[in-house]
Design a protein around this ligand. Structure first.
Ligand code: ARG
Length: 464
C-alpha cells in the first residue's frame, strides 16, 4: 500500500514499525473535528480563488459523505495511513477521485492537527463546564435541606468548632466555582485558530486565515505560525484545571468515605452508588467515591506527562507532540465521568441529622465560646484561653462535657461567668453567632445560598 507521502522513499517500513508510529488507534476520536476543519479549509480555498468552485463543491460533498459514513460507523481506518488526517484524505480520494488530493493545498497536518485539538477541547470544555454546574446544583440542593443541621467542623481531623452542614457543602460549591471560571477563562486561549499556519512557516497560497477561523467559530487566529503549530499550552491548561478540579472532588470523596463509615455514620450513600463485598455480607462500600479519589491520580499523570513531553522540544512541530492526545482524551472522559457520578452521589445521599446532632453535643467544640465570652467581658484572650483550658481539663477528669459543669464550677474558674453561659454553649447558638462575612452563622449561610442560586442562574443562561 503506497503512502500519501511516499514519493521520496525507496522502501516501505514494516508493519510493526508503522504501528508504533501510528496514532489512528486513538486520534480517530477526532474524526468529526478533522472533517469540520477540512470543510472550513476547502471553503476558504474556494473563497480565495485557490480552487475553482466545482472542485470545492466535489470536495465538500465528499467530506459530507465521509461525515455520514462516520456517523454510521462505516469508515474503516488503517494503520498504514498513520493518523486520522491521512486516513480521511485517503478515504476522500477513494470517494471522489484524485481531486480529493487538492484538499491539502495550503495546509499541513501540523496546523490541521492543532485545529482539531482546539475544536475538540472547546467542545469538551463546554460540556465539562455544564457538568461542573450540575455538581454545584446538587451541592446547593443538599445545602438547602441542611442550613440548620450541625456537624462538627474539624482541624487536624480533631473536632474544632461546630458548623452548619450546608456551610460545609457550600465550601465545595465555591471551589467548583473557581474550577468553572478556570475552564471558562481557558476558552479564550482554546478558541484561537492555528489553521493556515502550514507546516511551520505559513504558505505561498493567498489564503484567508480570518475567514476559515470565522467559519469554525474561533475568536481569532494565532499571530505566529511557529507558535500556532507548536503550542500545546491550551492542553496543559485544560489538564491543569482538570487536575485541580479532580483534587477538589477527591477531597469531598474522602469526606464522604469517612462520613459513611461505621465510625462517623454521618451520611449513608444511596445503594445505587455503593457496592457490596463478595465475602462479607454486611458490607456497603463507597466504591464510587473511592474510585473518583483514585482516578484523580491519572489526571495528574496526564498533566505531568504532557509537561514533560513538551519541556525539551525545539520549535516547531515534533513527533513527540503526538503524545499529547491520549492523556487529554483520558482526562476528558475521567473528568466527565467523575462529575456525573459525583452529582448523583450528592443528590441521593441520606444525611443522618441525628448522628451529626449527637456528635456536636459530645465534644468540646464549644470551648472557644467560653474564651470569647470571657474576652468580651474584658479578660485578655490569652488568659481566657488558659481559664477555659483548665475547665476542659476538669470536665475531662469528671467524664462530662462543658454543658454538664455547674455554675458554681464556672464561677470558681472566673467570677465573670454567669447563668447565660449555658445558652452560649449550645451548639446551635455557637453556630448562629458566627455571623461574620463568610462564616457559618445561619444568616451568612442563607446569604451564601442566595449568591449560589444567582450564580447558577447566570451560568444556566450563558451555557444555554
Ligand atoms: N499524528 C500527528 C500528531 O498527532 C499529526 C501531525 C503529524 N505531522 C507530521 N509532520 N508528522 O501529532
Amino acid at each position: 500500500m503506497s503512502k500519501l507521502w511516499g514519493g521520496r522513499f525507496t522502501k516501505t517500513a514494516e508493519e510493526w514499525v508503522d504501528a508504533f508510529g501510528a496514532s489512528i488507534c486513538f486520534d480517530q476520536k477526532l474524526v468529526k473535528e478533522d472533517l469540520t476543519g477540512s470543510l472550513a479549509h476547502v471553503a476558504m480555498l474556494g473563497k480565495c480563488g485557490i480552487l475553482p468552485a466545482d472542485e470545492v463543491e466535489q470536495i465538500t460533498e465528499g467530506l459530507k459523505t465521509l461525515q455520514k459514513k462516520a456517523d454510521a460507523g462505516e469508515l474503516e481506518f488503517s494503520v498504514q495511513n498513520e493518523d486520522i488526517h491521512l486516513n480521511l484524505e485517503k478515504l476522500l480520494i477513494d470517494e471522489i477521485g484524485p481531486v480529493g488530493g487538492k484538499l491539502h493545498t495550503g495546509r499541513s497536518r501540523n496546523d490541521q492537527v492543532a485545529t482539531d485539538m482546539h475544536l475538540y477541547l472547546r467542545n469538551e470544555t463546554n460540556e465539562i463546564m455544564g457538568a461542573v454546574r450540575n455538581v454545584q446544583q446538587a451541592l446547593v440542593n443538599q445545602a438547602k435541606q441542611h442550613v440548620e443541621t450541625l456537624i462538627p467542623g474539624y482541624t487536624h481531623l480533631q473536632r474544632a468548632q461546630p458548623v452548619s452542614f450546608a456551610h460545609h457543602l457550600l465550601a465545595y460549591f465555591w471551589m467548583l466555582e473557581r474550577d468553572f471560571s478556570r475552564y471558562e477563562d481557558s476558552l479564550k486561549r482554546v478558541n484561537i485558530s492555528p489553521l493556515g499556519a502550514g507546516a511551520l512557516a505559513g504558505t505561498t497560497f493567498p489564503i484567508d486565515r480570518e475567514y476559515s477561523a470565522e467559519l469554525l467559530g474561533f475568536d481569532g487566529i494565532y499571530q505566529n505560525s511557529l507558535d500556532a503549530v507548536s503550542d500545546r499550552d491550551f492542553i496543559v491548561e485544560f489538564l491543569s484545571s482538570s487536575a485541580t478540579l479532580m483534587m477538589h472532588l477527591s477531597r469531598l470523596c474522602e469526606e464522604l468515605i469517612l462520613w459513611s463509615s461505621q465510625e462517623f455514620q454521618f451520611i449513608e450513600m444511596d445503594d445505587s452508588f455503593a457496592t457490596g463485598s463478595s465475602i462479607m455480607p454486611q458490607k456497603k462500600n463507597p466504591d464510587m467515591a473511592e474510585l473518583i479519589r483514585g482516578k484523580t491520580g491519572r489526571v495528574y499523570g496526564s498533566l505531568f506527562s504532557l509537561l514533560t513531553v513538551l519541556k525539551g522540544l525545539p520549535l516547531a512541530y515534533n513527533k513527540d507532540m503526538q503524545e499529547d492526545k491520549e492523556g487529554m482524551f483520558d482526562a476528558v472522559e475521567t473528568v466527565k465521568g467523575s462529575l456525573n457520578i459525583f452529582a448523583g452521589m450528592i443528590d441521593t445521599m441520606t444525611v443522618n441529622n441525628e448522628t451529626m446532632e449527637k456528635a456536636v453535643h459530645q465534644d468540646f467544640s464549644n470551648a472557644t465560646e467560653l474564651a470569647d465570652y470571657l474576652a468580651t467581658k474584658g479578660m485578655p484572650f490569652r488568659e481566657a484561653h488558659e481559664v477555659v483550658g483548665k475547665l476542659v481539663l476538669t470536665a475531662i477528669e469528671k467524664g462530662v462535657y462543658l454543658l454538664d459543669l455547674t455554675i458554681e464550677e464556672y464561677k470558681q474558674a472566673s467570677d465573670l461567668f454567669s447563668e447565660d453561659i449555658f445558652e452560649v454553649l449550645q451548639p446551635k447558638t455557637v453556630v448562629a453567632r458566627r455571623n461574620s462575612a463568610g462564616g457559618t452563622g445561619f444568616e451568612q449561610v442563607k446569604l451564601a445560598l442566595t449568591k449560589a442560586d444567582k450564580i447558577l442562574q447566570v451560568k444556566e443562561e450563558t451555557l444555554a
